[in-house]
Ligand binder design. Structure first.
Ligand code: CDP
Length: 212
């Protein structure tokens, strides 16, 4: 079983994906970490995130088993991640790993921006998770402060909107719901309620399949 979970920044897709993977006994891949890891390696090497040649070289050599996740969450890397993610060759260099991950038995929950559209268009269930920009910014601020970082609500909101815009406008694999994705709006849902809503959609899709 492959479950694709896409959506804009801080919409809650990562939390839902982790919980769904654990309950259904599936592997979980947060594909944002791949772009973040490329961004960090590019910056560490002293290059600009827009430097397509070096970013692509780094993406091709990336070892996704060696991430230090906590080092990838800073605002600088977050912003650079969406810049390297707009480079078509960088995305191309990361496709095989993601597709192979999706095919590992017994299946996977994969979250990102282009999972239902590009990485796993044949996924059994596709969710597109959204929430209002203000709610997303408040969640990201809480997350940052929880990690001891200072965060200004307005700045975080501006950053989210800028990143959504960049992710949606890029020519290759833009942030977009697949035509067969189920929309899940978590604006008024807490973590538990969002998880239950996701399970309901997944179970409805599976029941519909069995009946056919
Ligand atoms: O957690 P948050 O939603 O803020 O970000 P993320 O999912 O870790 O993704 C960071 C950046 O990576 C995004 O802004 C996208 O530009 C890029 N990304 C992408 O292009 N495609 C994916 N499948 C996942 C992330």
């Amino acid at each position: 079983m492959i479950i694709a979970i896409d959506g804009p920044a801080a919409s809650g897709k990562g939390t839902i994906a982790r919980q769904i993977a654990s309950v259904y006994g599936l592997h979980h891949l947060d594909t944002g970490l791949l772009y973040r890891a490329v961004a960090k390696a590019v910056l560490d090497a002293g290059y600009q995130p827009e430097d397509a040649g070096h970013a692509t070289e780094i993406a091709a050599k990336l070892d996704p088993n060696k991430f230090e996740e906590s080092a990838l969450k800073s605002q600088t890397i977050t912003d650079a991640a969406s810049r390297v993610a707009a480079i078509p060759q960088v995305r191309q260099a990361l496709i095989n790993y993601q597709r192979a991950f999706a095919l590992r038995p017994p299946g996977a929950v994969i979250d990102g921006r282009d999972i239902g559209t590009v990485i796993a268009p044949g996924a059994d269930v596709k969710l597109f998770v959204i929430a209002s920009p203000e709610v997303r910014a408040a969640r990201r601020v809480a997350e940052l402060r929880g990690r001891g970082e200072s965060a200004d609500e307005h700045e975080v909101l501006v950053d989210l909107l800028r990143r959504d815009e960049r992710d949606s406008r890029r020519t290759v694999a833009p942030l977009k719901a697949a035509p067969d994705a189920h929309l899940l709006d978590t604006t008024h849902l807490g973590i538990d309620a969002a998880f239950r809503a996701a399970v309901e959609i997944i179970e409805a899709v599976r029941a519909g399949r069995k009946r056919r």
